[in-house]
Ligand binder design. Sequence first.
Ligand code: FAD
Ligand code: EPU
Length: 283
Amino acid sequence: RTGTRVERLPLSRFTTLGVGGEAEVWFVESPEGLAEAMERPYRVLGGGSNLVVSDAGVPERVIRLSGPLAERDLTPDPALSTPECVVTGWVGGGVPLPGLVRQLQKLGLSGLEGTVGIPAQVGGAVWMNAGTRYGEMFDGLHTVEIVTPEGTRQVTPDELPWGYRQSGIPRNHVVTRVRLSLTVSTPGAVLARMDLADQARKGQPKMKTPGCAFKNPGGVSAGKLIDDAGLKGTRVGGALIAPEHANFIVNLGGATAADVHALLDIIRARVGVPLELEYELWP
Ligand code: FAD
Ligand code: EPU
């Protein structure tokens, strides 16, 4: 009735690092299905692009927004849009961000092009306000719908204490859908800004990875700090500190979560300043 499908699956299939043991994955397609999934301890899985999941998996239900919760309606809302600014219909939390960014570029709508190259889902990218110096998720949001076991609320960005790599939305509060607020531009102009943001990625490794391991402390590149500590190329088992960019740990094939944890410990011990993890460690 709710459309939910439940399957025990290796989470390595859902993480960009390609690591993670089994869990019960709940592919949730409706608000009713989501409410049912939230009746027991759960975690929320987006694009799996910021996750280091234990080789033993996790005991909680893993919720993945699917079906209608991964669909988008980019039609301008006539009541909220103006000739300069489009407010869209609802975009599901399970929508893959890269395809959405490409689609907005083709429509000549500006606001999210700075996030090009981030392999997240919309919900995960909003939850941590993913971005680059060319723009972040909160640049293009009008309304965020958040579901908890206690109920559903819709908030505007100014009601959240968002900032660099944080939305202020508590863990396990599920971003089910958003409305986007975008500036009317042209496909060419949006593409030019996308290309700039893309250029900044040229030095990033192409292998399996969960992106940057640590947040930049006080605007300094954590990658530069790890590089200056002489750690590029350090390897534990199948995990390597990328020679291209020291804030990326890559899976050479056969890496385990324990290998990645060992590298994180080495980095913390060798870099002189305290670093805040950007990854999510499960559990
Ligand atoms: P997941 O990795 O699946 O989950 C991360 C966290 O978000 C978890 O706590 C999870 O519970 C929560 N979450 C997921 N979905 C939802 C939801 N619907 N509602 C509530 N919470 C949810 N990040 C940047 O900011 N800038 C970059 O330039 C960047 N470049 C990257 C490049 C590569 C190659 C890779 C692999 C990663 C990069 N990242 C970057 C990191 C990553 O893409 C972001 O952290 C992104 O926000 C993670 O989103 P996700 O959907 O994959 O979430
Ligand atoms: N640098 C080094 N050695 C390294 C890495 C970087 O010397 O190993 C130097 C670079 O030469 C450059 C400076 O540090 O002078 C900044 O490097 P870069 O442009 O790569 O940016 P960053 O601050 O290291 C940030 C984000 C990335 C985002 C890029 C591009 C964080 C933690 N990282 O990296 O986001 O893609 O800018 O905008 O904020 C992520 O968060 O997962 C992520 C990949």
